[in-house]
Write a protein of this length. Structure first.
Length: 393
């Protein structure tokens, strides 16, 4: 690693709790917490009509934190038993559902009751079971179901969260994503692991791809270079939106080879070129006026992201554009996803962190770009979108 890469990493912008508050606000919050912590107050709040709804809401929220793992395992059981696809054609009696799932009556009743409580399923007249409002979107949705299956590995690593925070032992997730912790990812990523990695990324990519395409017009550009582009599912989707756009993809050699085959199968062999290499140690191919980094930066620590962004800047012309798409931290309304979920997911993976738009913009400016512009997406829970132009030299 170049010494210059670590010396100029911009400091992270302060988290909300680090921002100074007036002393009376702090005292008020301390008084609130000390009051709520008293058992007597908790009993009173649960009984008093005006505070009872708040007390019950907070109690439920706290219990949901406790029970969240159980809820996730109910979802995993439904996915592994193919419950949602079985019910896709219409409701079934619980007896018929048990036969289709290969479960006994007791196991089916226990699963159905749990899934109904979580709104994955719902009960209908005649003792029938149907899809619920949260289960219906999962019918045939390989993007989500693949991620649900994948999370079994993460849950194993989270069985001892304190050990994970202390970085004791090697999490299984770190082995699943060997490129993230290796200084030579091209060597760490075997052909078999590349195929497994690429299959998962291709399955989950539509969740992000559609958000990006709906928010940004690529037909204003001449050539797109997708760095860390996997099997090419992102540029294949962009190709439909911008039929005159030339396409380039850069990823590890084993992954780029898979991408070449996939893009040819999409009829893009004459329009798309693939390039194999390590974007931390090799120069990126030139010729594109826009470079996309889709779910790439948050996999890596600041110094490596800065090194990558500088490589992107060198590959772009003076008027070039970089587009970053990934889940962001400190996004109003979805803080739990950006800071809690991705914070621990990336910890288990072994490297990387969720970042705010301001933090990423700071890294971009250090790399030679103008301050980034945030582009609204329809579902910020899934991805945030930043666009930045090259700064004049």
């Amino acid at each position: 690693m170049d010494r210059a890469d670590t010396a100029t990493v911009p400091p992270l912008s302060p988290l909300p709790e680090d921002v100074p508050h007036s002393s009376w606000v702090d005292r008020l919050r301390d008084w609130r917490n000390q009051t709520i912590a008293k058992p007597g107050f908790q009993r009173w709040a649960a009984a008093f009509p005006l505070t009872r709804p708040v007390a019950r809401r907070d109690a439920k929220a706290l219990f949901d934190l406790l029970a969240g793992f159980v809820y996730s395992q109910v979802l995993l059981a439904c996915v592994r038993l193919n419950v949602f696809d079985v019910l896709a054609t219409g409701p079934l009696t619980q007896t018929d559902l048990a036969a289709r799932l290969g479960l006994g009556d007791e196991g089916t009743e226990r699963l159905v009751a749990a899934a109904v409580a979580l709104q994955l399923l719902e009960r209908r007249r005649g003792a029938r079971v149907a899809l619920g409002r949260l289960g219906a979107p999962l019918v045939g949705n390989r993007a989500i179901t693949s991620m649900i299956e994948h999370h079994a590995t993460l849950y194993g690593d989270l069985s001892d969260p304190v050990a994970l925070l202390k970085r004791e032992g090697r999490p299984a997730m770190a082995g699943y994503w060997p490129y993230a912790t290796s200084e030579q990812p091209a060597v760490a990523m075997s052909a078999v692991r590349a195929a497994e990695y690429s299959a998962l990324m291709s399955a989950s990519q539509p969740l992000v791809t559609q958000e990006v395409i709906d928010a940004y017009r690529f037909d204003r550009h001449q050539t797109l270079l997708d760095v860390g582009g996997g099997e090419g599912s992102f540029i294949a989707a962009v190709a439909k939106q911008a039929p005159r756009l030339a396409l380039m993809l850069f990823d590890l050699p084993a992954v780029a080879e898979l991408a070449q085959q996939r893009l040819a199968a999409h009829g893009l062999a004459g329009r798309a070129t693939t390039h194999g290499g390590d974007f931390f140690n090799d120069e990126l191919p030139q010729g594109a006026d826009i470079v996309s980094l889709v779910r790439v930066c948050f996999d890596h620590p600041d110094e490596r992201v800065l090194r990558l962004l500088r490589a992107v800047r060198r590959a772009l012309p003076a008027n070039g554009t970089v587009l970053l798409a990934e889940p962001l931290s400190q996004v109003a309304g979805v803080e739990a996803m950006g800071d809690a979920y991705f914070g621990f997911y990336l910890l288990a993976m072994g490297r990387g962190r969720p970042r705010s738009a301001a933090q990423l913009s700071g890294l971009l400016q250090q790399a030679g770009f103008l301050p980034a512009r945030s582009v609204p997406t329809r579902m910020p829970l899934q991805t945030g979108l930043l666009v930045a132009r090259c700064a004049s030299v």
